[in-house]
Design a protein around this ligand. Structure first.
Ligand SMILES: C[S@@+](CC[C@H](N)C(=O)[O-])C[C@H]1O[C@@H](n2cnc3c(N)ncnc32)[C@H](O)[C@@H]1O
Length: 242
């Protein structure tokens, strides 16, 4: 699973995540914007990594629980957060270790693209959300894969690997590509009501030397990297024949 890889470069990834355009000035601000006022909300950070999002949510008054499949990442999260969050090692492919209707929000930042099957994890997210609760996620934008490899079959759900550099050290990540309609089908099929599909711009607070030059110059307003979505668990569940 994707978490195995993170055990081997946990510290490098954490360092990179803290300062990178993609995490610190694009993905995390966008997710925090989608969450909005977190005061008093009980939030599950699924695939929480080393906990940078949880740290922000705790500062904003949320009651935070997180899990990750990588023991090394959870170790870093424990060091960062101490007792301020409830943390555990858990594989997202397995049923979630939480009671029904526990959370106001389940946030899944940059994790679902490591999973071949989304139906079972999304059904579990729906189960642990309170009625009216929100599922908020970011995933690799499927069009980026198509730009990078136009010969691939866009419509096939399939695995691919990419080379990265985290804090100056090489790393390989292996993802599952899935087309846009399959992402939407999985979310809506889990019983959640899709509310937002977004392709945001980087945060206005991005330092000029970190901002892509064509955005800094005003030539473009945003870039394509991740797809952001928010869906809500219906307040009332209708059963057939009732
Ligand atoms: C790109 S990192 C994102 C971490 C964190 N959400 C953030 O945004 O800072 C992806 C995380 O997903 C975790 N992960 C990958 N596959 C997983 C699985 N099957 N179950 C649980 N965690 C998984 C990895 O261990 C890693 O911490």
């Amino acid at each position: 699973m994707g978490a195995d890889a993170y055990d081997s470069f946990a510290v490098d990834y954490d360092t990179e995540n803290g300062v990178s355009l993609l995490n610190a000035y694009y993905e995390r601000p966008a997710v925090l914007g989608m969450i909005g006022d977190a005061q008093g909300r009980h939030i599950l950070d699924a695939g929480c990594g080393s906990g940078p999002l949880m740290a922000e949510l705790i500062e904003r008054g949320a009651d935070v629980t997180g899990f990750d499949g990588s023991p090394a990442m959870i170790d870093l999260a424990r060091r960062r957060l101490g007792d301020a969050a409830t943390l555990g090692v858990h594989d997202f492919a397995e049923p979630l270790p939480y009671e029904d209707e526990t959370f106001d929000d389940v946030v899944v930042s940059l994790v679902l693209h490591y999973l071949k099957d989304w139906d079972a994890p999304l059904a579990e997210i729906c189960r642990v959300l309170k009625p009216g609760g929100r599922f908020i996620a970011s995933v690799n934008h499927p069009f980026v894969r198509q730009f990078n490899d136009p010969q691939q079959d866009y419509f096939a759900t399939k695995q691919y690997s990419e080379e990265y550099e985290f804090d100056g050290h090489p790393a390989v990540l292996t993802f599952w590509h899935r087309p846009l309609h399959e992402i939407v089908r999985a979310v809506v099929g889990s019983g959640l009501d899709l509310r937002v599909l977004d392709e945001p711009a980087p945060s206005p607070s991005t330092p000029i030397d970190v901002m892509p030059p064509r955005i800094a110059s005003g030539e473009r307003s945003a870039f394509l990297s991740f797809l952001f979505l928010s869906a809500q668990k219906p307040r009332m569940q209708y059963r057939e024949g009732v």
